[in-house]
Design a protein around this ligand. Structure first.
Ligand code: ADP
Length: 250
């Protein structure tokens, strides 16, 4: 689904990503691991159009998407969630889900004057979809809670929920488990597995929790010093000498 070739991202003279090449298979939940500073987040940002690459290419389903901005990728079904959830704190969880950009009729002036009924219908449909998403994530009880008042883990679920409001194909998740308790982490893991199996989402997940990676991800890709060191099952990765060395060296 995604092929990254010889990716380089330099900040000044420093190569945060230094010739990384990898392939993400359609339908997989791919784990991206590696010591701090390995270049995982930078690589995510380059693929997701948040950062421009210095050199290298990214293709999605055979089409060159190198350097396309996030909104263009969004329309192709490539989404990236952020480590710090960007929720609207004073709006409810349901309203936050309803804020996902789309092709609402309300955006055009014509519809403002003539399409009131259509807008009302669309809002009802959006609301129903948001409620379905909350139900899928087993957090229907949070629908009317203000997003600023829910826990860090619940915000992660909301982030995942946002990807379900549009027809995502591939979702990049950055540190899903950071600061999230075990029960909620399992709920997030269950949602990812179900989205993968039932809706065909491909996932790429950066995560430090190896239990989480082991439960969800195959294959696992390990990066160090801006390059891909190894790819395989978690067991293979753990047994790889270069990987062991990279982790011990930090
Ligand atoms: P990881 O996600 O694997 O921990 P990052 O991609 O966050 O690694 O960072 C890789 C390296 O690039 C680190 O040494 C980091 O300090 C550096 N880096 C990341 N972003 C910037 C930036 N905007 N400017 C300069 N250096 C950066």
């Amino acid at each position: 689904m995604i092929v990254v070739e010889n990716m380089v991202k330099a900040f000044g003279g420093f190569h945060a990503v230094d010739g990384a090449s990898l392939t993400i298979t359609e339908g997989s939940i791919t784990g991206l691991i590696g010591p701090n500073g390995a270049g995982k987040t930078t690589l995510f940002n380059v693929i997701a159009g948040v950062l421009q690459p210095t050199s290298g290419t990214v293709t999605m389903q055979g089409q060159d998407i190198t350097g396309l901005p996030p909104h263009a990728l969004f329309h192709r079904g490539l989404l990236r969630t952020f480590q710090i959830a960007h929720e609207f704190p004073s709006m409810t969880c349901r309203e936050n889900l309803m804020m996902v950009p789309g092709s609402q009729s309300g955006e055009s002036l014509w519809n403002t004057w003539f399409g009131r009924k259509r807008i009302a219908d669309e809002e009802r449909a959006l609301r129903a979809r948001a409620d379905e998403v909350l139900d899928f994530l087993t957090v229907s009880h949070l629908a009317d809670h203000k997003a600023g008042q829910i826990s860090g883990g619940q915000k992660k679920l909301l982030e995942l929920g946002r990807t379900m409001m549009v027809d995502a194909k591939i979702v990049f998740l950055d540190e899903v488990g950071a600061g999230v308790n075990r029960t909620l982490l399992n709920t997030i893991g269950d949602a990812i597995i179900r989205l993968n199996k039932e809706r065909g989402y491909t996932f790429v997940v950066i995560e430090h929790d190896m239990d989480f990676i082991g439960r969800l991800c195959d294959p696992v890709i390990c990066m160090a010093e801006g390059r891909v060191l190894a790819q395989g099952t978690l067991a293979e990765i753990k047994a790889n000498e270069q990987v062991i060395e990279a982790y011990l060296g930090t």
